[in-house]
Design a binder for this molecule. Sequence first.
Ligand SMILES: Cc1cc2nc3c(=O)[nH]c(=O)nc-3n(C[C@H](O)[C@H](O)[C@H](O)COP(=O)(O)OP(=O)(O)OC[C@H]3O[C@@H](n4cnc5c(N)ncnc54)[C@H](O)[C@@H]3O)c2cc1C
Length: 374
Amino acid sequence: MGGLSVFGALADETAAPAKPAFRPASPLAPVRAQPDRLIDFAVCTRPFRPQGPRIEAQRLHGKNVVHHYGHGGSGWSLSWGSALRALPLVLATRERHIAIIGCGAIGLTTARVAQRAGLRVRIYCKERPPEVRSSAATGVWSPDSRLYAAEHATPVVAAQWEAMARASFKTWQTLLGLPGEPVAWHDGYVLSDIPFGEPLPDTGPNDEPDYAELDASIQDLRPRAVTLRPEHHPFKAPHVRRFTQMVFNLASYQRLLMDDFLREGGEIEQRDFAHARQIAGLRERTIVNCTGYGAKALFGDTTIVPIRGQTARLVPQPEVDYALYLRGVHVSMVPRRDGLLVQAQGPRDFNNEDARVDRAESEEAVRRLAAVFA
Ligand SMILES: Cc1cc2nc3c(=O)[nH]c(=O)nc-3n(C[C@H](O)[C@H](O)[C@H](O)COP(=O)(O)OP(=O)(O)OC[C@H]3O[C@@H](n4cnc5c(N)ncnc54)[C@H](O)[C@@H]3O)c2cc1C
């Protein structure tokens, strides 16, 4: 389940410490789970490559190109560590003024890491936040979500991933407690109809690969999940676990990244590249390609597979400071400051680049949430 989950913490299913549950000081506020309280919908395409993110240098159209894309369902989580991995390739070109194509999670973070290394950066992009696909993400720490197909997770890859995840995690902790709460930690509850030790029923054949579940190597980074007895939670569900997770408030976080980038002399130029050869006309000689799913069309990377995901927001409820995950139906709710973010993972998401909103999908997810408060 870990690779499919929006909550890295769910990979904990085998670790059920039989400790007495901690009872929260105050009752949990119920979610006002009504479809008419949905205020926004967004669809995003995870740029999944079975072999994992592409982080490599290439000489192309007379430029030094550093490719940096293909982060599946983990782009926000891994952004800092991944940018630190791309940085030596950029520095090796010895250029002090660089270009980055892309202003999503990866482009913006790469830009900040490059600035911290003393480089001048200009971003070229078709869209910028909040129009980028990254803005539609859930916004939780999920560093191994739909990132590598299991068959590609060699020990070398796993070690590289662990280094990226740890470096990212470290940076995320420096962003806690800031105005606008770009990053926060919250409790969450996994609700299940069947015991946690039992696998979910097989949903039938599909094209989706088994994903590498890597987060056992970084379990020291977060508190353990705890199984709760019925008298210790208010939910209508036979099996409940509490976990603790890191949440990214993407609206304020993206604004923080943009402000920091511009304050340190960064520039953003609107540009839609129809062909990769158009990079030949850029002023800069070193270009970092952070185009995410866009790299499929622009750089002809046929290994990228689109994995559709739809998120929707319920009217903000600041009193709801916990997440929910309905195991079995794969519905989640994350307490963000810009609303309670609702997501339903569907069986038709894999290899699906349909970016149209399916309102009925989110309304059904809200009804499922309502049922656990009945
Ligand atoms: C539903 C959903 C939930 C998710 N939840 C999480 C989560 O909770 N945690 C997590 O870590 N990750 C999550 N992800 C994954 C994460 O959103 C992605 O990994 C991340 O957004 C990829 O960022 P990116 O910068 O590579 O791509 P993008 O955000 O797509 O940015 C690409 C940039 O390149 C530009 N560009 C592309 N092509 C061109 C072109 N031809 N010319 C000019 N500019 C171009 C675009 O305009 C844009 O600026 C989720 C994904 C989905 C779909």
